[in-house]
Design a protein around this ligand. Structure first.
Ligand code: UD1
Ligand code: BG6
Length: 371
């Protein structure tokens, strides 16, 4: 039931304040006078000791689920102090890459049925790793065959392009980092500030959804373009990949997510006054580096659309020379949840304006159950 919405993708984008609330329900502990704020993930609490002792955490997924894991990698590394590596399921299988008994392998999948991810799970089980699932579908193959896991509880997602599952996956993986890192006193203040940020996140997402009309106007400007680049780094490298994936899969427009740190090693050659470029430059530890990327793109007359934290337009776009998307600022590691929303809206409006099928893009399936 689409309710008041025209498409499932549109409905699922707009219901993110609620889906995120459901994802976190019962899992964040407010703390009290002598009790610290903490996270309780019932599905993994009995396995935390083993996870903390593991030599490596390996994330495995495909498409949007892979991007969600990538968005969560920095906070896992920071709070857990365990090396975290990333694998696209098919690539791991192509290489038969090393997976060890001492590894914790986390399988991220909305449907829980993606063939490549399932085959990678079989492979990791054979190699004796602890296998953890993060899925939206209770009773799915991944939920059944992993040793333990966390349901993201985002509610049924119908649009082929994943939106609300992506933001809920990130939130679950941030909670996973908080739970694993819960045994270190030195992180306590940082952990509590992230938990405070999680409590506020649904209302921040509600706020960023107000950019709907602005994104529709931007889509009108961009609808006849051939291509769109999206630059991000740090926590928001994944946002660049995921924003570009949305535009590509539903609006059928070429789009590429680019790691801003790689700009000089190739992508800069593409920059001219015609090619639209989205630069994600919300305020975090990488901010000054992103400011210098913007300056360099500007010097090549790049056609810039900059996403920045509210009130910082003048810091990213001196002289008002580019288009700015201002978003509410949240704690750095959950900023990707806020930042993806305008790009989801942009992809949605581009698709409608270009006259394509929003919920079932040509050639794609919601769940790819064959290799
Ligand atoms: C569980 C209940 C929830 C209830 C709550 C109350 C289910 C599905 N969830 O939620 O209804 O309100 O307790 O305490 O009944 N699992 C995997 N692999 C996966 C995902 C999950 O093995 O990919 C396992 C978990 O290890 C766990 C079980 O499935 O044993 C349920 O996981 P989850 O729903 O995340 O647990 P809770 O949040 O505790
Ligand atoms: C398909 C979907 O390609 O599978 C994508 O069209 C999705 O939206 C990908 O990200 C992975 O699916 P899942 O269910 O494993 O997260």
């Amino acid at each position: 039931n689409k309710g008041k919405y025209e498409h499932y993708m549109q409905k699922e984008i707009h219901e993110q304040p609620e889906s995120l609330t459901t994802t976190m329900r019962g899992r964040l502990i407010r703390g009290g006078s002598c009790k610290a704020k903490s996270v309780l993930l019932g599905g993994i609490k009995d396995h935390l000791k083993t996870i903390r002792r593991s030599r490596r955490i390996v994330f495995i997924g495909c498409g949007t689920s892979y991007n969600a894991a990538l968005a969560s990698r920095p906070i896992l590394e920071e709070l857990c102090g365990i090396p975290v590596t990333m694998e696209i399921a098919s690539d791991l299988l192509d290489r038969l890459g090393p997976i060890y008994r001492e590894d914790t392998v986390v399988f991220v999948s909305q449907s829980g049925e993606t063939a490549d991810t399932l085959l990678a799970l079989e492979y990791a089980l054979e190699n004796g790793a602890l296998c953890v699932g993060i899925t939206n579908t209770v009773g799915s193959a991944i939920a059944r065959n992993t040793h333990c896991g966390v349901h993201i509880n985002a509610g049924c997602e119908i649009g082929v392009a994943s939106t609300k599952a992506y933001t809920s996956q990130i939130v679950v993986m941030v909670m996973l980092a908080l739970a694993i890192g819960d045994d270190t006193i030195s992180n306590q203040t940082r952990r509590e500030s992230i938990i405070d940020g999680l409590f506020e996140l649904p209302s921040k997402v509600r706020e960023v959804l107000k950019l709907d009309q602005e994104m529709k106007d931007l889509a009108k400007e961009l609808m006849s373009e051939q291509s769109l680049l999206v630059f991000g780094r740090g926590y928001n490298y994944a946002t660049a990949l995921e924003g570009a994936l949305k535009v590509k899969e539903v609006a059928l427009m070429h789009s590429e997510g680019i790691l801003a740190g790689e700009m000089k090693h190739g992508p800069l050659a593409l920059v001219d006054e015609n090619l639209p470029i989205v630069v994600i430059a919300t305020h975090d530890a990488c901010f000054s580096k992103q400011q210098s990327v913007i300056q360099q793109l500007h010097a090549r007359k790049g056609r810039l659309i900059v996403m920045c934290s509210k009130g910082e337009a003048s810091l990213v776009c001196p002289g008002g020379s580019c288009r700015v998307i201002e978003v509410p600022q949240v704690v750095d590691c959950i900023q990707p949840v806020v930042n993806i929303v305008p790009l989801q809206l942009l992809a949605y409006h581009l698709t409608v304006l270009r006259g394509y099928n929003v919920d079932q893009p040509r050639n794609l399936a919601k769940s790819v159950t064959t290799q």
